[in-house]
Write a protein that binds this ligand. Structure first.
Ligand code: HEC
Ligand code: HEC
Length: 234
């Protein structure tokens, strides 16, 4: 994984410039002119402070207070960190910890993001309330195919290059809360996402998220068991 994280980070600069160029996303133009070679040891060091809240495994929790960060694409993590740092995405609890004065510059963000991407995912994320076989699950599958799959992928795998979040493996409770925040304009998201809120009702959105939460995860991405603990913290 570290190698692929490194390769993926090569896209980070291009992505950020792309975000800045896209009119819908041009709220805060980002003019970074560095190429990042992530330093995983330094990322592990920086992750100490993140682990106070996100815990060493970065698995999030069932009630959705914290997201699962493990398994998320590096460009998505990076974009969220920059959005939280600038206040574009409101997160008062975390904001002080991602400032230049605390964590450092873009290189340091790249390091911590690369470190997170080496962690295996939670084998037991929180699922939505409607199991496969229920009418709500089937409804969610149809909504997902029509409205979500084009960006978030057939299996909810997202897209690193375009910074579309991986939804597969994310806690249902977290996703449902984020969707509600975005719908109520309490989380500012990309215009491509917010445009959907007129077309897709809150109920249908929840059902689509329910469907994704019941999809299986690729075995290679998942920790061997729920008792797995991050050895870097022992
Ligand atoms: C004081 C607690 C706290 C600390 C410290 C903290 N976070 Fe967070 N973080 C949160 C909370 C809470 C959320 C979810 C906020 C929400 O619901 O919108 C979050 C969200 C995120 C997200 C968005 C994930 C997504 O998919 O939407 C990323 C990425 C993230 N944190 C990374 C980090 C990193 C990296 C660090 C260390 C530099 C860190 N956090 C430190 C509390 C914290
Ligand atoms: C046109 C592309 C596009 C489509 C279609 C789309 N999304 Fe998204 N979605 C995004 C992007 C981009 C983000 C990240 C938004 C941001 O933070 O600016 C996102 C974020 C999310 C998040 C928050 C993830 C997190 O980790 O915080 C959820 C949940 C989500 N989308 C669910 C859905 C669902 C359900 C549908 C279908 C009803 C859908 N999306 C359709 C592009 C899309």
């Amino acid at each position: 994984m570290p190698m692929s994280a490194r390769a993926k980070l090569g896209f980070a600069l291009a992505l950020l410039l792309l975000l800045a160029a896209n009119t819908a996303r041009a709220l805060e133009p980002i003019t970074v002119t560095l190429e990042f070679q992530p330093d995983l040891a330094d990322g592990r060091y920086s992750y100490d402070i993140c682990a106070r809240c996100h815990l060493p495994e970065a698995w999030g929790n069932d009630d959705g207070t914290y997201p699962q960060l493990a398994g998320q694409h590096v460009n998505v993590l990076m974009k969220q960190l920059l959005d939280i740092r600038s206040g574009r995405r409101s997160n008062p609890a975390m904001q002080p910890f991602v400032q230049q004065r605390t964590i450092g510059g873009y290189q340091d963000l790249a390091n911590v993001v690369a470190y997170i991407s080496t962690l295996p995912m939670n084998p037991r994320h929180a699922k939505g309330p409607w199991p496969p076989g229920s009418p709500e699950h089937a409804e969610g599958e149809a909504v997902y195919a029509t409205y979500c799959q084009s960006c978030h992928g057939a299996g909810g795998e997202g897209d690193n290059t375009r910074a579309y979040p991986r939804l597969q493996g994310q806690h249902y409770s977290y996703m449902a809360r984020q969707a509600r925040l975005a719908r109520d304009n309490l989380r500012r998201v990309d215009a491509s996402m917010s445009a959907l809120f007129t077309a897709v009702s809150a109920t249908d959105f929840d059902r689509a998220l329910n469907y994704i939460s019941h999809l299986p995860l690729p075995a290679a991405d998942v920790a061997p068991g729920v008792d797995w603990r991050n050895p870097d913290f022992q």
